[in-house]
Design a protein around this ligand. Structure first.
Ligand SMILES: [Cu+2]
Length: 125
């Protein structure tokens, strides 16, 4: 498995890491299923600055998961029953980010995308 970590502008940190070698455990794990030609869920909401692990599996062929923007994350999702891709994300910048399939997987490949929403922390009362 590959391991990579990228730091961006201090506020932003993203890492793709194999399980079991993380400095601290993610606050939350989100399971994502890739299947021609969609991700389920296709909308994921996380909190600003929280550490979230995406575990992505395929229901058919090999797909990819690329997060456009922060960190330039791009991982391959092995085909059905061949394992999963794990990506740990921690984004300090609220906003909406697009993720998409980065492996040509058929006629609907270009439509295979979703939205990652990073919710700003509520101000303390
Ligand atoms: Cu694709």
């Amino acid at each position: 498995m590959r391991s990579a970590s990228l730091g961006l502008a201090g506020a932003l940190l993203m890492a793709a890491s194999p399980g079991g070698h993380q400095d601290r455990p993610p606050a939350r794990v989100v399971h994502v299923v890739a299947e021609r030609f969609s991700f389920t869920p296709s909308e994921i909401t996380i909190d600003e600055g929280s550490r979230v692990e995406l575990r992505i599996t395929s229901e058919d062929t090999t797909h990819g998961f690329r997060l456009i923007g922060p960190g330039d994350i791009d991982v391959e999702i092995p085909r059905r029953r061949r394992g999963e891709a794990r990506v740990v994300i921690e984004i300090g910048q609220p906003g909406e980010y697009i993720f998409e399939c980065s492996k040509l997987c058929g006629a609907g490949h270009g439509f295979m995308r979703g939205t990652l929403r990073v919710r700003a922390k509520a101000a303390a009362p």
